[in-house]
Ligand binder design. Structure first.
Ligand code: 13P
Ligand code: SF4
Length: 356
């Protein structure tokens, strides 16, 4: 197919609403029937959602779960989603790597991505024939916004022969210029899998520094930062430890080096969750986006979470009412230019295949 024919296809697609139909908006009253039907779900979140708030959430939860079945849809939710999404409507939860892998396995016709845009794009890359929806198209990421495809090409020119490893927190356009993707959970393994003496690692400068601390491969970094994790400081963590020497500190590798130097454990969001479930510390500081501590707290009674509460404004755009609108109206649909998609998919699949 020519580029022109492809562009025509992209410019005049039928909308997801036209393909799947728009449904009537459901009733959102908190009736005794809604209370009874959602009681088992409230049990999962009762330690983190006060009873007075549940009557607001419950009608959405019931409507979303019914619509998922009607639409043959699956909800993939990142670990940073708020507890009412994470514990009561999501079908699959996880870190970026787990969500990408699960996206390849689903039989559902429709994927609703509760996360940010690059995650929905990754799901679309891996499921070109499925409808992928994101409840808010503005849910971006400061790392994804820090770099373009042209920047990657310029890096290749500056460092000829060095392979490009791209963090999944990037646009499809950037992935398409890359040799292989990685996530925070497999970055070191991906870098070392290439057998190269030096590697261009984009776009997170702090994750690049963390990888450099774990490998002999020379890492050439970009200057992107996560606007949430860059706000933590080693000083504030040292103060927590001075106040309670028994406290445990675990951090995401998007944090600056002085923060990671204070941490007892560093890992992806999924690895941090596994660590808490395994170690069951009596007090822990989870140095990452704030909602994750609520999600873990709901499942780990007895663990006390100290929460320096940095929220990701992009993740927090995803709310129950927008998830419901997505399923009722079949929006916002995530699409990727097929020519970009083919090359970007290769970089994501190369990473996933490395895993198995
Ligand atoms: P994880 O892959 O560790 O879930 O990280 C994604 C992310 O956006 C962290 O800010
Ligand atoms: Fe991007 Fe940071 Fe938000 Fe993760 S927490 S989505 S890296 S801005």
């Amino acid at each position: 197919m020519t580029r022109q024919a492809l562009n025509q296809l992209i410019e005049s697609p039928s909308t997801a609403g036209e393909r799947h139909g728009v449904l009537p908006a459901p009733d959102l009253d908190f009736t005794p029937e809604v209370a009874a039907e959602t009681a088992h779900l409230y049990e999962r979140v009762k330690s983190v959602i006060p009873p007075v708030e549940w009557p607001f959430f419950a009608p959405y939860v019931k409507a979303i779960n019914e619509l998922k079945a009607k639409r043959n849809a699956v909800i993939l939710a990142h670990n940073y989603m708020t507890p009412e999404i994470f514990h009561t409507v999501a079908d699959v939860v996880g870190d970026s790597l787990q969500l990408a892998i699960e996206a390849t396995k689903t039989d559902a016709e429709i994927i609703v991505q509760c996360g940010v845009h690059f995650m929905a794009e990754t799901s679309k890359l891996l499921n070109p024939d499925k409808t992928v929806l994101i409840p808010d198209m503005e849910a971006g990421c400061s790392l994804a916004a820090s770099i373009t495809g042209a920047d990657v090409r310029a890096m290749r020119e500056a460092y000829p022969g060095a392979p490009v490893v791209t963090y999944v927190n990037t646009s499809a356009e950037v992935k398409a210029e890359s040799d292989i993707c990685c996530t925070s959970s497999n970055a070191v393994e991906v870098v070392e899998s290439l057998g190269a003496a030096r590697v261009i690692f984009l776009p997170d400068e702090y994750l690049a520094k963390y990888v450099q601390s774990q490998t002999d491969v020379e890492i050439i970094a970009w200057k992107g930062h996560c606007e949430v994790h860059e706000r933590f400081t080693g000083e504030e963590l040292a103060a927590y430890r001075a106040g309670d020497p028994t406290i445990r500190i675990i951090a995401h590798p998007e944090c600056p080096p002085d923060v990671l130097a204070e941490a007892d454990f560093t890992g992806s969001t999924a690895k941090m969750i596994d660590w808490v479930k395994r170690e069951r510390p009596s007090r822990v500081v989870m140095v990452t986006e704030c909602s994750m501590a609520d999600n873990v707290a709901a499942e780990t009674p007895g663990v006390n979470f100290v929460k320096p509460c940095n929220l990701c404004p992009h993740m927090k755009r995803i709310t129950l009412d927008k998830v419901l609108d997505s399923l009722v109206e079949m929006r916002e649909e995530v699409t990727v230019d097929p020519l970009i998609a083919e090359r970007a998919r290769r970089a994501v699949e190369r990473m996933i295949n490395l895993k198995s």
